[in-house]
Design a protein around this ligand. Structure first.
Ligand code: BG6
Length: 480
């Protein structure tokens, strides 16, 4: 449940993440009436700003297009303030502590604090330490952290143990914002509340699965930053692997955070590290008037960093043995889309010829939908079959419902103390084990780095992609 007398402290308040995601989500929650009573929100960052400037900066990403929002925003500002200070000294955190106490003393009971670290990884540890030492409250304290959680198994473990000296697992909320997306949350219901799906959810019925992330924009402006990570670390190791785990885990004993995460860890542990031969790497080049990845001046010349990757994972357990799970992600492609595509096996041929496979598609974004491709008889006095779509598009089916933003959903969970949609330490450890060897290979740490294949900006990806998915048994369902 939500606790009254809560202070939310956004560290890195003047940064990109806070402006684009954290503050709009906090405002969204307030607007919908989901913030605790007696809440106070404090932004903290190094930039010196007066109150008016801070408000302007913080709310610059909030869209105000009606009177109600305008009014709400004025109310929101009243319990939002800003404090500037360094990240690596005790004194500013002590000052912050005093400042928080000033609000807490106005309300009854011990003050609860939610620290939200919208910060670059270089200051994670000093800030976690400084807060624990100087700004720890008398009520319930929680800390929300954002990726990157390390760069491979070793660096992750180092970071995790430094964090654990300060904050317990129970106090820690590691965000993977994909777990807050409506469609990803729907996976548990689709899978475990529908016997029609549950009984065909295995290697006997399913031929192959693809989890795809496509972005239509390149790394414009942040190429230098991206180059340190690459697409595998940016998207596959976290977002797509999380989607894979909720798609494939066994039914949890309950929907409690620990039961759900136990099952996720179990399925992840059945996945061996990704093999080089199960990997296709790409890098976009200039096309359609858009620059290539290497044309960005902040990117090191000739960088081997992949901006596209397709990798196939195998789950060695009785349910999934032999089913390829293809994770693919790319920047600067022909469209922006995230979806799960489950392709079922062929039916026994004989009475039919060339019949298409069934496919269940869960479109995570944009335009959330679940649709199932089924074969049907073409109406008429002849026998022809055609694949059709049974389509549940949210806009049509749930036209009155607002789909919450991932960050709204996750911040609310953190305020309630629900860990279900946050990543547990052991989950991350396995995730890194699966990806570390392939990452080291792409970075040239075990010999020369492989050269990603070029693909034009705005295309579907490397031209090798179709033969790559074909190799794992994917057959395009053509219903034109
Ligand atoms: C972030 C990545 O984690 O996710 C970005 O660092 C990416 O590179 C973003 O653009 C995608 O999130 P969403 O919610 O827009 O799909």
């Amino acid at each position: 449940a939500l606790r009254d007398n809560t202070t939310i402290i956004v560290l890195g308040a003047s940064g990109d993440l806070a402006k684009k995601k954290t503050y709009p989500a906090l405002f969204g929650l307030f607007k919908m009436g989901f913030l605790p009573k007696d809440v106070h929100i404090i932004g903290y960052a190094r930039t010196k700003m007066d109150e008016a400037e801070a408000h302007k900066r913080i709310t610059s990403y909030i869209k105000v297009n009606d009177d109600e929002t305008k009014e709400k925003l004025e109310q929101f500002k009243k319990f939002t303030s800003y404090v500037d200070g360094a990240y690596d000294q005790d004194e500013p955190f002590q000052k912050l502590n005093k400042y928080i106490e000033g609000f807490e003393s106005k309300f009854s009971g011990p003050g609860n604090r939610l620290f939200y670290l919208a910060l670059p990884p270089s200051v994670f540890i000093p800030v976690a330490r400084g807060l624990r030492k100087n700004t720890y409250g008398k009520g319930i304290n929680r800390i929300v952290v954002e990726k990157p959680f390390g760069k491979d198994t070793d660096s992750y473990r180092e970071l995790a143990s430094a964090m654990k000296e300060q904050w317990s697992e129970d106090e820690t909320y590691r965000i993977d914002h994909y777990l807050g997306k409506e469609m990803v949350k729907n996976m548990l219901v689709l899978r475990f509340a529908n016997i029609a799906l549950a009984s065909s959810w295995d290697k006997n019925s399913i031929s192959n699965v693809q989890i795809t992330f496509k972005e239509a924009i390149g790394t414009e402006g942040r190429g230098g930053y991206f180059d340190e990570f690459g697409i595998i670390r940016d998207i596959l190791q976290n977002h797509l692997l999380q989607v894979l785990s909720v798609l494939t885990m066994e039914r949890p004993v309950s929907f409690s955070a620990e039961d759900v995460r136990d099952e996720k860890v179990k399925v992840l542990r059945a996945i061996p590290p990704i093999a080089r031969e199960d990997t296709l790497l790409g890098q976009y080049v200039a096309a359609n008037g858009k620059p290539g990845y290497l044309d960005d001046e902040t990117v090191p010349p000739n960088s081997p960093c992949p901006t596209f990757a397709a990798t196939t994972l195998w789950i060695h357990n009785p349910r999934w043995e032999g089913v390829p799970f293809i994770l693919k992600a790319g920047k600067a492609l022909n469209e922006g889309k995230v979806e799960i595509r489950i392709q079922f096996k062929d039916v026994t041929q004989g009475i039919f010829k060339d019949i298409a496979r069934n496919e269940l598609v869960i479109r995570i974004q944009p335009n959330e939908a679940v649709y199932l491709k089924l074969n049907t008889k073409m109406p008429g006095l002849y026998t022809r079959t055609i694949p059709i779509e049974m389509d549940m598009t949210y806009k049509r089916r749930f036209s009155d419902q607002k789909i919450p933003e991932a960050y709204e959903s996750l911040i609310l969970d953190a305020l309630k103390g629900d860990h279900s949609n946050f990543v547990r330490d052991d989950e991350l450890d396995v995730a890194w084990k699966i990806f570390t060897p392939i990452l080291h290979w792409t970075e040239g740490r075990d010999g020369p780095a492989p050269r990603p294949v070029p693909y034009p900006y705005g295309s579907r990806g490397p031209k090798e992609l179709d033969s790559f998915t074909g190799k794992y048994g994917y057959k395009r369902v053509d219903n034109s």
